[in-house]
Ligand binder design. Structure first.
Ligand code: 1CP
Length: 344
């Protein structure tokens, strides 16, 4: 393993680097960057951009060139899995994703590999771009949505605050819902293995809606599928770190870390940092958890919030990150300021 990369070194040794905490930001490639908005216009639709290996590589590299983060996360979206399984997916400007109505009988692997192959090409392009452009300290992250969160969008047909339709199926038609979960476990595993084969050095599972579930459902639909995915990945690639991000899991972060086999955990802003230092850091690498709204506001408030997180977590295995994605109205200058706080 390449020990010039602080994030890979951290996973290998679990030794904190108090002088230079590694950092990156969820949704670091995206709409807050003028160069992203420019390329997005040129590409046409959002999915045209995602499935264009040259352009998607370019977008992945944009924040790295500006800020030199320690991780470059593949530019893609969690909804490419439903798309590759045969559900229609589109992104309506200003409205977010729209998916065609859910019909399990129409889903399958017929065009799966063909649909996702440009994304594997993006991964290998990013790997070359990082080394050609001299970002030898930057680890290359692949990612996928976790089965529960992807199921939420597939059943609801788009975003929602409560994802009630999904819960109604999960609790009321368990057989049908379990079939969907099995399909998502299998397809997500295949997709992540493809990214690792193409050159991803770490993979992250985004379970953005994990916090909507009660304990029993959390165990069935968040812990269990994650554990199965991690097990298969580890059988083939024991040295590739897996980070889980079960946003909003509250006290269930602990059994999530204890039972899934993940190497790192992303914590959202509601998780008390001293609690994470005491209970999670002895078990795995902790990543997080600045409120993205504090990054948007900037100034003294941002400085105080970032310093508290660093102080509370720097004595254990820690990657500085946000607790959720960069908000699109964020001034790119606030990220220079954040970087100056991390590396004075
Ligand atoms: O118009 C545009 O340009 C689309 C905006 C956009 C972007 C930049 C979407 C649509 N997706 C993305 C990229 C993206 N999505 C990345 C890129 C890598 C990075 O820089 O981090 C990643 C990791 C994601 C993951 C993703 N997509 C999640 C999980 C993380 C999270 O934010 O909770 C989720 C829930 C999605 C679905 C999605 N895709 C896009 C939107 C606007 C949404 C959210 C829909 C909603 O629930 O309202």
């Amino acid at each position: 393993m390449n020990i010039q990369k602080p994030i890979l070194e951290l996973f290998q040794t679990k030794q904190p680097n108090r002088q230079k905490v590694p950092w990156w930001m969820m949704r670091q490639a995206g709409r807050y960057l003028p160069e992203y908005r420019e390329l997005r216009k040129e590409a046409g639709s959002f999915l045209d951009l995602v499935y264009n290996p040259q352009m998607a590589c370019e977008v992945t590299m944009q924040p790295i060139r500006r800020y030199g983060m320690d991780a470059a996360i593949l530019f893609s979206d969690i909804l490419v899995i439903p798309h590759a399984l045969g559900q229609n997916v589109s992104f309506v400007a200003g409205e977010g994703p729209k998916l065609s109505s859910f019909d399990f009988s129409k889903l399958g692997f017929k065009t799966f590999d063909q649909t996702l192959s440009p994304i594997y090409e993006t991964v290998s392009n990013v790997r070359s771009a990082l080394s050609h452009e001299g970002f030898n300290h930057t680890a290359h992250f692949g990612f996928a949505g976790a089965p529960w969160t992807v199921a939420c969008y597939m059943i609801e047909g788009g975003g929602s605050k409560t994802f009630e339709k999904t819960k109604i199926m999960a609790y009321g038609r368990p057989q049908e819902f379990n079939d969907l979960m099995d399909l998502l476990i299998e397809s997500t595993t295949t997709y992540l293995l493809g990214q690792i084969k193409a050159g991803a050095e770490v993979v992250q599972l985004f379970d953005s809606w994990a916090g909507l579930l009660d304990e029993d459902a959390f165990r069935k639909f968040v812990i269990h599928p994650t554990k199965k995915i991690v097990k298969t990945l580890k059988e083939q690639y024991p040295d590739i770190p897996v980070i889980g991000f079960p946003r909003g899991a509250g006290n269930l972060y602990l059994p999530y870390v204890q039972e899934t086999g993940i190497d790192g955990v992303g914590i959202d802003p509601s998780v008390p940092t001293k609690w994470a230092a005491r209970l999670l850091q002895p078990l795995c690498v902790v990543q997080g958890n600045l409120d993205p709204v504090r990054l948007l506001c900037g100034g003294d408030d941002l400085a105080l919030a970032a310093e508290k997180i660093i102080n509370d977590l720097k004595d254990g295995a820690f990657i500085f990150n946000l607790g959720h994605g960069v908000i699109k109205e964020t001034d790119p200058k606030n990220i220079d300021f954040l970087k100056s706080l991390l590396y004075p």
